[in-house]
Ligand binder design. Structure first.
Ligand SMILES: Cc1ncc(COP(=O)(O)O)c(C/N=C2\CONC2=O)c1O
Length: 405
């Protein structure tokens, strides 16, 4: 079956954050914010969900469950759920784990909040690498824990880990947890085995737990290989792995993710404290994704690769001073436009007002990301081209708007 990723789907009236939540999330606006563009005139390249229909195989599984017509309290009791999940991790990552280690969460963000609370004492600290997905910081903030940041080294847009800095911070006896993004949002790095081994060794030797957030691990450029961090440390029970179908199959709204907790005590705390009931539609959707999603994902990856090549060529031609490398993973383009914009510019507001494009900028990724914008490329090519046209036009044809003399 050939899936249609060129189809433009109307998401209006679906309570989508993407179409209706941007004022509060990007601009922290309480009430209505008025822009020179109507809401449906924006090209939306901000939040990380996709403009593609969720695979029909998943939708079919949901429909079959709907026909059962009762949606009472539910949990994963069917052993075939676990078999579907480890079947996927075996096929794609040559990695499995025992069934008792698997728990589920209504999302990875809530899992981060809970795990930080269960792992860290109140006077301890959470270590992250920046730039970082903002909710890693929130996991520390909402638990009243001090955040410690280790800045990634950025060499002309290629990010690597500053091991000396990371080790110095991991040595702090109050640092008890590292939330590690593997693959990395927003840079799109796929960490190599060697990089993962160095990070894991530094953390584990200093008694630092690791949450390896691997939500983007299926969304690789063709040819890239993801290594689960825990796969490299089979003798450790201090690495918690978070994976989910939500990013891969555009089903974040079904709020269902997998958390692999090898440590028995921590798992016991999770089971005692976590609200364990689950959405029965999300259970069947996730199981169907991991059983029947291979071909759709294969075609999605090819389409995304082509979107990235298109973007690289477009920016080379129309925004030559921008620094952009096709990322090894994610569907997010991380673009340094500092050559075109003053440091103090509020970039999301600028692009919303002057280009009709909704995007996130480096200031939304904790630190170490000034002058960057992040563009969601998981959209039909026609939408992507219009978004890129608007971004490049406003930066090159209207420099006065930016007070660039
Ligand atoms: C690294 C990472 N972890 C967790 C999540 C969210 O997991 P959930 O709670 O949905 O299961 C995201 C989603 N990233 C997004 C969502 O919108 N923009 C982003 O960058 C993410 O990038």
């Amino acid at each position: 079956m050939k899936y249609d990723f060129d189809e433009v789907i109307d998401r209006r009236g679906t309570n989508a954050m993407n179409t209706d939540g941007f004022r509060e999330y990007i601009f922290k606006a309480e009430g209505d914010m008025v822009f020179p563009y109507k809401d449906d005139e924006f090209i939306r390249m901000w939040i990380a969900d996709m403009e593609f229909a969720t695979p029909p195989e998943i939708i079919e599984a949901i429909k079959e469950r709907l026909d059962k017509r009762i949606f009472g309290y539910s949990q994963v009791f069917d052993p075939n759920y676990y078999l579907a999940v480890v079947g996927w991790t075996q096929r794609f990552y040559n990695w499995t784990f025992s069934q008792e280690q698997l728990v589920t969460s209504p999302g990875i963000i809530p899992a981060l909040y809970e795990l930080a609370e269960y792992i860290c004492k109140s006077d301890e600290k959470v270590l992250i690498l920046t730039p970082s997905y903002a909710f890693f910081k929130a996991a520390a903030d909402y638990n009243g824990l001090e955040l410690v940041c280790s800045e990634l080294i950025n060499q002309e847009g290629h990010y690597t880990i500053n091991y000396e800095d990371l080790e110095a911070k991991a040595r702090d006896e109050k640092v008890s947890l590292c939330i590690f993004c593997n693959p990395h949002n927003p840079s799109g790095r796929v960490w190599t085995k060697e990089e993962l081994q160095r990070v894991g060794k530094i953390c584990l030797e200093n008694g630092v737990w690791i949450i390896s957030d691997e939500i983007h691990c299926d969304l690789l450029r063709n040819g890239q290989v993801h290594t689960p961090m825990a796969k490299l440390f089979p003798d450790s029970d201090r690495i918690i792995t978070c994976m989910a179908p939500s990013k891969t199959f555009n089903m974040a709204g079904l709020m269902f993710s997998n958390v692999i907790i090898p440590n028995e005590t921590l798992r016991g705390t999770w089971k005692a404290r976590h609200y364990g009931f689950e959405n029965p539609l999300s259970i069947v959707a996730t199981q169907a994704a991991y059983l029947h999603g291979d071909e759709w994902l294969r075609q999605l990856k090819n389409y995304l690769d082509e979107n990235f090549i298109f973007t690289k060529q477009y920016l080379n031609r129309y925004l030559p001073e921008a620094i952009f490398h096709i990322p090894e993973a994610t569907y997010l383009a991380w673009v340094d436009i500092s050559a075109y914009v003053p440091k103090e510019e509020n970039l999301p507001l600028f692009f919303a007002n002057h280009a009709g494009v909704l995007l996130e900028d480096g200031k939304m990724f904790v630190a170490n990301a000034e002058g960057y914008i992040r563009l969601n490329l998981a959209c039909p090519r026609s939408t992507l081209e219009e978004g890129l046209r608007r971004v490049c036009k406003v930066l090159t044809e209207n420099p006065l708007i930016l007070n660039l003399t």
